[in-house]
Design a protein around this ligand. Structure first.
Ligand code: ADE
Ligand code: ZN
Length: 319
């Protein structure tokens, strides 16, 4: 039996497996610039975050209807359940779909078809987190929040993702303030490729409750001290960090040192269709390659529920 865990850093568009991408392409009459799934997998060699994002956004072209989003989410939830995930807080990127003329309603209603029956079908509770693309303008983020207003009963929080360097958190102060006033929870990617300063800014300017990645905090001992003191959860994604070359190899990943330092770490799969593993695979890999003990793995699983947006009673029940 795999350890029960919560997945807190998962982009639903990053769960699009090549087989499903071709199936949806055929269904929607979209031509992909790859001969077959093997040729597509060959393209999964990334130099950095941007080289991944280029392919990630390109493949989204196959997602067009509510049913496409439902099928995508249902396939993820089945896989996650098989790997011990009992709760999933799922990111989605509405601006990337709006750019292709796919509205907020299609995305949210489609995802909800799968999320709404996930507990009964897969035994996985879910939350939805709307991410703003930080390489788009602050005005576009504000428009996106407005477009989400009719769907806020289904959206738990907001996040910030896409190309990090050159797009500091402070650019999104206003939209995060408005979201907070609407009662939305707040997270942001910071310190994946960007400097430790972006982590501080995400905390101080955006008021985030968790930091997605946060890897580069290790360059700033004072910041590590603060994150430990304030019990700020970090949603680390070790397999992603290897594939996007934030670290050279998994054996070089600072996760053991981060746990040693007392940071509230969780491990997650980010974009599992692209990075070679879902939540359980990630736990296995850090156990095998980084030599984390069974006790450390249990700590990571416990942290995942503690850092989740589940209410206290619900959190205990799912653990
Ligand atoms: N969008 C999807 N995956 C991402 C990542 N790892 N960092 C930033 N934006 C993303
Ligand atoms: Zn991410």
């Amino acid at each position: 039996m795999p350890l029960s865990k919560a997945e807190l850093h998962l982009h639903i568009e990053g769960t699009l497996e090549p087989e499903l991408a071709f199936e949806l392409a055929a269904r929607n009459g979209v031509t992909l610039p790859y001969a077959d799934t093997e040729a597509l997998r060959e393209a999964y060699r990334f130099q950095d975050l941007q080289s991944f994002l280029n392919l990630y956004y390109e493949l989204m072209a196959v997602l067009r209807t509510e049913q496409d989003f439902a099928d995508l989410a249902d396939a993820y939830l089945a896989r996650a359940a098989a790997q011990g995930v009992r709760h999933a807080e799922i990111f989605f990127d509405p601006q990337a779909h709006a750019a292709r003329g796919i509205g907020m309603g299609t995305v949210v209603e489609g995802l909800w078809r799968a999320l709404g029956r996930s507990e009964e079908r897969h035994g996985v509770s879910t939350r939805l987190i709307l991410c703003f693309l930080r390489d788009e303008s602050a005005a576009s983020a504000l428009e996106t929040l407005e477009a989400a207003r009719p769907y806020l009963d289904r959206i738990t929080g907001i996040g910030l993702d896409s190309a990090e360097v050159g797009h500091p958190p402070a650019k999104f102060r206003e939209v995060f303030e408005r979201a907070a006033a609407l009662g939305l929870r707040r997270v942001a990617h910071a310190g994946e490729e960007g400097p430790p300063q972006y982590i501080t800014e995400a905390l101080d300017v955006l008021g985030v409750e968790r930091v997605d990645h946060g890897l580069r905090c290790m360059e700033d001992p004072a910041l590590v001290g603060r994150l430990v003191r304030e019990r700020v959860p970090l949603t680390l994604c070790p397999l992603s960090n290897v594939r996007l070359r934030a670290v050279d190899t998994l054996a070089d990943h600072p996760l053991p040192a981060m746990l040693e330092a007392g940071l509230l770490c969780t491990v997650n799969s980010d974009d599992p269709a692209y990075f070679g593993g879902y939540a359980g695979d990630t736990f296995d890999a850090v156990h095998r390659v980084l030599g984390l003990s069974e006790e450390r793995l249990r700590e990571l699983a416990r942290n995942s529920f503690l850092a989740s947006f589940l209410e206290d009673d619900e959190e205990r029940r799912r653990r």
